[in-house]
Design a protein around this ligand. Structure first.
Ligand SMILES: [Fe+2]
Length: 359
């Protein structure tokens, strides 16, 4: 916990345009153990506070250039830990209320008694000390709450990732798929200049994009060879299943959810589940679609071997404008040229397949 700032020898600034009064106040406060500085105007007081802050400011109201209330406002704004006590000859209840409302600790009218000044100053400093302790405690609590929120978030994301990993573990052919899709998607997104928050959401969405396959029958998921019409429709339910699972959990990550729901949309509007076209499809989902298909093409499956990188890129380019957003494909090509992501093992050239098989 942060220790609140305390002053072993409280430093006081006396502000009054009458020199004899400053001298009287100075004597009283120095006898009480304060170290004192004094200023003849508000402007001079601000200059002294800029040199070194004070625990307490005793200020007159009527002064040239800057009056006591203006000085009070400046101190509240720039040195909020400084206690201000107004000391003035104006016995005006409205002014007193105005000063207290603006944050003055107290309001003393002239002429004052020595013991009255001592008592009021002591009370103002005690009140200031309590406020400082309260502020330090609040900051400490806020830091703890923030740390806990971060820990919960990390735990939550780790649980989601475990869920995605559990899905891939069942199928050795897709092991590491979501991690690779995340890497490829990030390479494309960096080329397209997405900001840090959208990059983070894209990575999360990519890692979780196929989580809805949890709701797909295993026999269909791992089937070797072509899918029947019914099986294809069943497996293509996974974007919506995933979106339903994650919607309550990812309310603050709409771009990640967009990837999960729309990564099988096609640029020409012939995809699923919503038949969105072009820029109707969330950008993150258009990016993930390219990354997902690239990994599907370059990875081996029970029913075929993986494709070489150059062949897979040729296929992406062939499908740019129909299945894929051409700008995302072009960005991926630039990322490939810059070698900004880890390439899959492409030593073996393999038979070409179309990316239409559900990735
Ligand atoms: Fe998918």
């Amino acid at each position: 916990m942060t220790t609140p700032h305390t002053d072993s020898i409280p430093c006081c600034l006396i502000v009054d345009d009458e020199a004899p009064l400053r001298a009287v106040l100075r004597r009283i406060l120095e006898q009480q153990g304060f170290t004192c500085r004094d200023a003849a105007s508000g402007v001079e007081a601000v200059a002294l506070l800029e040199e070194a802050p004070a625990a307490l400011v005793l200020t007159d109201y009527h002064m040239p250039e800057m009056d006591g209330v203006a000085l009070l406002h400046t101190i509240r704004e720039r040195w909020p830990d400084t206690a201000v006590v107004m000391v003035t000859g104006v016995s005006d209840v409205d002014l007193a209320v105005q000063c207290l409302a603006a944050g003055a600790m107290d309001y003393v009218t002239k002429p004052f008694r020595v013991d009255e000044i001592r008592g009021r100053v002591g009370q103002a400093l005690e009140k200031r000390q309590l406020l400082l302790e309260n502020k330090a405690y609040r900051e400490h609590l806020e830091a703890r709450v923030q740390a806990q929120a971060r820990a919960y978030e990390e735990l939550f994301l780790a649980s989601l990732q475990s869920l995605a990993d559990a899905l891939e573990v069942k199928d050795p052919y897709t092991w590491g798929h979501s991690v690779r899709v995340g890497q490829y998607a990030m390479a494309i997104a960096r080329e397209l200049g997405l900001d840090a928050d959208r990059l983070a959401q894209l990575e999360l969405g990519s890692r979780l994009h196929d989580i809805g396959k949890i709701g797909v029958r295993e026999a269909v998921l791992n089937k070797e060879g072509a899918l029947t019409h019914e099986e294809y429709h069943h497996i293509m339910e996974h974007p919506v299943i995933g979106w339903r699972i994650l919607s309550p959990l990812l309310r603050d990550a709409p771009h990640a959810l967009g990837v999960v729901r729309s990564h099988h949309e096609r640029f020409d509007g012939r995809g699923a589940p919503d038949g969105l076209a072009g820029e109707q499809i969330p950008l993150e989902a258009r990016i993930a679609a390219v990354a997902d298909s690239f990994d599907a093409m370059t990875s081996g499956r029970p029913y075929r071997a993986g494709m070489a990188v150059d062949e897979a890129f040729a296929e992406l380019e062939r499908c740019a404008g129909s299945q894929f957003d051409p700008e995302c494909v072009a960005a991926f090509s630039r990322a490939l040229e810059a070698r900004s992501f880890p390439l899959p093992d492409s030593r073996v050239r393999r038979p070409t397949v179309r990316p239409s098989r559900v990735a």
